[in-house]
Design a protein around this ligand. Structure first.
Ligand code: ADP
Ligand code: MG
Length: 483
């Protein structure tokens, strides 16, 4: 029987855990940095020894609120932590400290650009919680080893409503979300190292149906691309299952990146198995107006806002604006350049074109780029003044500026004999030489084959080794040919 995929639509909700870039853990002064020798960031508090008391990190609260504000959430003023009780070897206390009924951020949204226009991906909440340790199954053949360095590292969990309608939307949302995490500098967004992790909840229903179908949750997705692949696989699997008369059971599945499939890990426990209760060791905490105002001041201009500014104020094409805002280092650099020049389009062209290619070819990041915004602005001016053309500037001068960060564009151009001649008599000599070489073409031109002008311009360029000012070349050529 042929499976009719078109009858169904998919519904996706994503849960993202993001490790906060605080120096210390959520409830003690142990280092929260990634890695380190196993079990070296582990005080008695991290290990949950009896008699120890947790103390809340203000920085972690600040970062959670910062992310919430960046995602247009409502901030919960009266917060408390709860214990989520379960047994697992990587959880030494036997419970995880998390937020239960009062997530620190509620509602909010992230805007994505789909093929059908902008769409707001609605957030249900963002809450604060502590991370668990790490079970290592490949250190020892027979035993599982546990590294508690990660235990207690602050996390925010960002939960969407079940409002994503395709794997593409999931991809776009995660890309945008990661950008916001990085712009606000609350998380490094590194999915391979696990500082940003995503679980995908997927269900299907008949088109037009309002009620949600039973969901499955897919874990172990270590890249945005794999989230997309997993959703695609699940969609197909669930539809085929239902079309063949089966029932979807609520379960947790794991993604196998090698073959793009998922397999069942466990059927889902009920939420009330966790026996949440308010943690008696931690007093409730309030977010004051003053604290909130302080945090607001630390939020930089975000991609959404920058793109709007670049397209409507600087009149850049949307594509340019988006590429520049892909990461904060690039848009920060762009901001610096446009303080030095008003030729915004040229600034964008340099960044998206030659600079980006140079960085890509050498596997470098924009922060490794040594040419200053001032120097780049001088280079832009040199082109604007007609002293060098863009191609010479990008292929000959830029490499010299990269080699020597104290070099000056005009000096480099002069030293390499690249400065274009705007000297009429000099250009005239080149033009005459060019025309003298092709008398029959000149005759054809005069008979009406005006397209030949390009050929003459090219010849002048060749003879002058690119030094003839193109505009002047054109003028003189036309004068000569039409006389
Ligand atoms: P759980 O208690 O199982 O974690 P939640 O209600 O907290 O479930 O939802 C977790 C995530 O699953 C949220 O992102 C939510 O949007 C999503 N979700 C819930 N129900 C569905 C469904 N039927 N289909 C797809 N996603 C869903
Ligand atoms: Mg869940």
């Amino acid at each position: 029987m042929a499976v009719n995929y078109d009858k169904y639509e998919i519904v996706v909700g994503l849960e993202v855990h993001a490790q906060l870039l605080t120096q210390t853990k959520l409830f003690c002064g142990d280092s929260a940095s990634f890695g380190g020798e196993p079990n070296t960031h582990v005080s008695a508090i991290t290990l949950g020894h009896p008699g120890t008391l947790p103390k809340l990190s203000k920085k972690a609260v600040e970062y959670a609120v910062k992310m919430g504000l960046a995602c247009h959430c409502e901030i919960e003023r009266h917060n408390y932590f709860a214990r989520k009780n379960y047994f697992y070897p990587d959880l030494p206390k036997g419970y995880q400290i998390t937020q239960h009924t009062t997530p620190i951020c509620k509602g909010g949204f992230v805007v994505i650009k789909t093929a059908n226009g902008d769409k707001n991906i609605l957030l249900n909440r963002i809450h604060l919680e502590e991370d668990a340790g790490k079970s290592l199954h490949d250190v020892d053949e027979k035993n599982t080893s546990i590294d508690y360095n990660r235990a207690g590292v602050p996390l925010i969990e960002i939960v969407t409503e079940p409002c994503l309608q395709s794997s593409d939307e999931a991809f776009l949302y995660l890309t945008e979300l990661r950008k916001i995490l990085r712009y606000t500098e609350v998380c490094d967004g590194n999915m391979e190292e696990g500082s940003m992790r995503c679980d995908a909840n997927v269900s299907i229903r008949l088109k037009g149906e309002k009620k949600l179908g039973t969901k499955v949750e897919v874990k172990n997705l270590n890249s945005i691309r794999n989230v997309k692949r997993a959703i695609e696989f699940e969609t197909k699997r669930l539809i085929e299952l239902v079309e063949n008369g089966g029932n979807v059971t609520q379960e947790t599945r794991s993604f196998d990146a090698n073959n793009g499939t998922t397999f069942s890990m466990r059927t889902k426990e009920d939420a009330n198995d966790y026996r949440y209760f308010a943690d008696p060791d931690l007093t409730p905490f309030n977010i004051t107006d003053i604290f909130l105002e302080e945090i607001k001041k630390t939020i930089p201009a975000l991609p959404e806002e920058l793109i709007a500014k670049y397209t409507s104020v600087l009149m850049l094409p949307e594509y340019d604006a988006r590429v520049i805002c892909d990461d904060k280092e690039t848009s920060d650099f762009f901001e610096k350049i446009i303080k030095q020049t008003t030729n915004y389009k040229a600034a964008a062209n340099w960044l998206i074109g030659p600079i980006k290619s140079y960085l890509n070819e050498n596997s470098l990041l924009i922060k490794d780029f040594s040419v200053s915004a001032e120097t780049l602005a001088q280079l832009i001016q040199l082109v604007d003044e007609g002293k060098v053309n863009f191609s010479v500037a990008s292929t000959k001068i830029l490499p010299e500026l990269i080699k020597d960060k104290n070099a000056n564009p005009l000096e480099v151009a002069t030293a390499l004999n690249l400065v274009q001649s705007s000297d009429t008599s000099e250009v005239l000599i080149w033009v005459e030489e060019a025309l003298a070489k092709m008398p029959d073409k000149v005759a054809e031109y005069k008979k009406g084959k005006k397209g030949l002008i390009g050929l003459f311009v090219g010849e002048v360029k060749r003879i002058s080794k690119g030094k003839a000012d193109p505009k002047l070349t054109n003028e003189i050529l036309l004068q000569k040919l039409n006389s």
